[in-house]
Write a protein that binds this ligand. Structure first.
Ligand SMILES: [Fe+2]
Length: 392
């Protein structure tokens, strides 16, 4: 019997063993397990995205790469770096300019505030930066999210029709480190609430979300890139363990930190023990767009007005497809980051499945409209009609 699970099928704080945990994170990543990687640094596989361009664009090869990434995230290091995820960093610079304007506007509106991890002043957060960027500048949004590597790693972990969300984190010099933690879902619940979910739900929580960060600035170690503990996602009672002193102390002794360049991205299993680092630099404003990607089958953390996002993005995408020669993969990646990709929940009285088991999704409508060259007004009307059918 699994000694970590209580006889009635739950994890408890008392079932955690720091020795078991140490044995898991003591593993070394084997080079032969990550054949597509450019190398391994600090037990983390690093993939050169420009070198993988042909792999990412080929159907069979893409599937092999995705299965390698899924293995890394599930059974391997639990974290991977996509070096040069943006070979051209101009879209990130354009997005950074939009984000800085949003931060100023939100500060003026609120009179200053703090996010839930940091004191006011040292840290700025934009919640739901996905929607805000899309509505503020859909052209920049399209350029940022037409990214085959990001869509492939999202699909590798979550399958198709994932739900993209994002939050900007700007940490200024002096910004404090976070404590070791796990992320959404159970990572955002108290230990007491976690203890109420049976062990198999602890196992399920990480497969519903992928956590990532795109570096909008260079992030040398002194600026505090995320502290990571490879293989720690494998520790099954981890949601009960990460608040305990023995685990926190061990994390502080054993974590690794990789410097990132602007345009790099890091993705990790949300059950990986991690924490934002302290910004000890004198002058680096560390800015990351944190990507929290959800399975089609679960509730994302944030509410998004994807209909308004689709209305804002469609004219831009129509132009890119018709005049700028965007390929199917670029188009699909950008639309996937915007539109709802799942049919349910819906109102089956008004929105019955036609020609299949599931009604057309917002994403399917968006892609069909692009393929048909549907005029903007007609698309907006179809989108609104679809939303009307789905209402309770
Ligand atoms: Fe986190």
């Amino acid at each position: 019997m699994d000694r970590q699970v209580t006889p009635d099928g739950y994890f408890s704080a008392g079932s955690c063993s720091i020795e078991d945990f140490k044995a898991l994170v003591d593993q070394r990543l084997d080079r032969s397990d990550v054949p597509h990687a450019d190398g391994i640094e600090a037990n983390i596989p690093v993939y050169s995205v420009p070198a993988l361009e042909r792999v990412l664009s080929g159907t069979d090869n893409r599937r092999r790469l995705m299965s390698e990434w899924a293995r890394v995230l599930k059974d391997g290091a639990g974290v991977l770096v996509l070096e040069g995820a943006y070979e051209d960093t101009a879209p990130l610079d354009a997005a950074t300019a939009v984000f800085l304007e949003i931060i100023e506007k939100e500060k003026e509106a609120s009179g200053g505030g703090a996010d839930h991890f940091a004191a006011a002043g040292a840290n700025d957060r934009i919640w739901n930066s996905l929607q805000k960027l899309c509505l503020e500048n859909p052209d920049v949004f399209a350029s940022c999210f037409a990214n085959p590597a990001i869509s492939a790693v999202s699909e590798a972990w979550l399958g198709p029709n994932y739900q993209m969300t994002s939050q900007v984190n700007l940490v200024r010099p002096g910004g404090a480190a976070q404590q070791a933690h796990r992320d959404y879902h159970l990572g955002f619940q108290s230990a007491d609430i976690c203890a109420g979910y049976p062990a198999h739900v602890h196992d399920l929580s990480p497969v519903m979300t992928l956590q990532g960060a795109v570096a909008h600035t260079d992030m040398p170690v002194e600026s505090g890139p995320t502290k990571l503990l490879p293989f720690s996602q494998l520790y099954r009672p981890g949601y009960m363990a990460y608040r305990q002193d023995a685990f926190r102390d061990f994390f502080e002794r054993a974590y690794v930190q990789l410097p990132l360049k602007k345009g790099d991205a890091v993705f990790f299993n949300p059950a990986l023990f991690h924490a934002a680092g302290e910004n000890r630099s004198g002058d680096i404003q560390r800015l990351a767009n944190l990507l929290q990607v959800s399975s089609a089958f679960c509730r994302a953390m944030e509410t998004l007005d994807r209909q308004s996002m689709c209305e804002a993005l469609y004219p831009v995408m129509l132009k890119k497809v018709q005049s700028e020669g965007w390929t199917g993969q670029l188009t699909e990646a950008a639309v996937s980051a915007c539109a709802e990709g799942y049919s349910f929940p819906t109102n089956l009285d008004r929105d019955p499945p036609v020609g299949g088991l599931a009604p057309e999704t917002q994403k399917q409508l968006f892609l069909r409209a692009l393929a048909e060259g549907m005029p903007v007004e007609a698309f907006t009307a179809e989108l609104q009609a679809q939303a009307g059918r789905r209402k309770a």
